[in-house]
Design a binder for this molecule. Structure first.
Ligand code: NAD
Ligand code: DAU
Length: 334
């Protein structure tokens, strides 16, 4: 098995490459990544060099994509602009990568005649007050990010229907775990708690997310890659639904930080109140989430405690400027 993984230097993509290479002794992976602020070559350090090729390129670069696809039997697309708040601030990059980039990959897979798995999000369904979203739920995105992902998904479905492309979509709930950029709630809270920085909670903090440990998600992607049916959508939700305020309080307890660090700030525009995904269709393929939120959160806090060398460069770089612009306060210097 040789697969092209786009966005493989980011959070979920790099976890997936690690998972695939360790659970399939004969697998080979080619990674294409543009290395934006969210991508890091060292996220792939320590992996077998004879089975991993890294190409620094943009998914909108048709020639680079076509060249990297040679000899591959599938493409899994993780490449995206992924942060909702940045999409509110400046949406253009989201349209370019998440929509045009997805289109370029679809064209390349059509030319090469290979399977494409599009990694998508529960956010395309919008917010749900009660019950859970299924694969039949209609698309109702709220942010420029989720609208760009929904647009990519619609192109994927259209390429299957029009050209018979062997394309599938996997929609996941909020992931957390190792190597997640600190712009996202869980790593932001862990690092701010470790530094004694205030922890910004949007609105009343009662929004609910359906947390999924990244290693569980990686196993789900492998299952869909190998056994999913072309043209289908597969939802992958986590085992627990937790309010943001509880997430933050649990991290403060795990790090021994003071609850006074909690700082309620202005709400995110278009903020979805609750996500909830039904994973029954993916479970029917033989997958099941194995890591509870309590266990996954403990493991995640531990990883950030032990991997200062990973996050120190992030906190001192572009992220500091983003943080000041977004929250109006500076992060403590390390
Ligand atoms: P991330 O921001 O950590 O990583 C994105 C990666 O894509 C980075 O390595 C970046 O350099 C790369 N990239 C961005 N633009 C590119 C371009 N034009 N060409 C090539 N590479 C480019 O994101 P993530 O959290 O790992 O998310 C991965 C995928 O999973 C995304 O498609 C996202 O929409 C989806 N998803 C994420 C979550 C979550 O909770 N993080 C949940 C559901 C779905
Ligand atoms: O649901 C899947 C999505 O999960 C993915 O598609 C996105 O790529 C990923 O970024 C994530 O989106 P969210 O917006 O849910 O994640 P984020 O970590 O930014 O926020 C989680 C919740 O915490 C959300 O309700 C907003 C809130 N929040 C976030 C930040 C960064 C705060 O209250 N304060 C903050 O500073």
């Amino acid at each position: 098995m040789k697969v092209l993984v786009t966005g493989g230097a980011g959070f979920i993509g790099s976890n997936f490459v690690r998972h695939l290479l360790s659970s399939n002794g004969d697998a080979e992976v080619v990674v294409i990544d543009r290395l934006t602020y969210a991508g890091r070559r060292d996220n792939l350090d320590g992996l077998p060099e004879d089975r991993l090729e890294f190409v620094e390129a943009d998914i909108c670069d048709r020639a680079a994509v076509a060249n990297s696809l040679k000899g591959c039997s599938a493409l899994i697309n993780f490449a995206a602009e992924s942060h909702v708040d940045r999409s509110v601030d400046s949406p253009e990059d989201f349209i370019r990568t998440d929509v045009t980039g997805t289109f370029v990959l679809l064209e390349a897979c059509r030319d090469a005649g290979i399977r494409m798995v599009q990694i998508s999000t529960d956010e395309v369904y919008g917010s749900i007050d009660e019950g859970t979203f299924t694969e039949q739920s209609h698309l109702d995105p709220s942010s420029p990010y989720s609208a760009s992902k929904a647009s990519g998904d619609l192109l994927v479905s259209a390429f299957h229907k029009t050209y018979g492309l062997e394309a599938l979509i996997v929609r996941a709930s909020n992931n957390y775990g190792t190597r997640q950029h600190p712009e996202k709630l869980i790593p932001l809270t862990i690092l701010n708690a470790l530094h004694g920085d205030p922890i910004p909670i949007y609105g009343d903090g009662k929004q609910v997310r359906n947390w999924l440990f990244v290693e569980d998600f990686c196993r789900a992607i492998e299952t869909v890659l190998k056994t999913g049916l072309a043209g289908e959508v597969y939802n992958v939700g986590g085992p627990d639904e937790v309010e943001n305020i509880e997430v933050v309080e649990r991290i403060l307890d795990l790090t021994g930080a003071d609850r006074d660090l909690i700082s309620f700030v202005a709400d995110r525009p278009g903020h979805d109140v609750r996500y909830s995904l039904s994973s029954g269709k993916t479970e029917a393929l033989g997958w099941k989430a194995e890591v509870s939120f309590s266990e996954g959160l403990e493991r995640t806090v531990e990883w950030y405690r032990e991997n200062r060398a990973w996050w120190e460069p992030v906190r001192s770089g572009e992220y500091r400027e983003w943080y000041l612009k977004q929250y109006g306060v500076s992060l403590t210097e390390d």
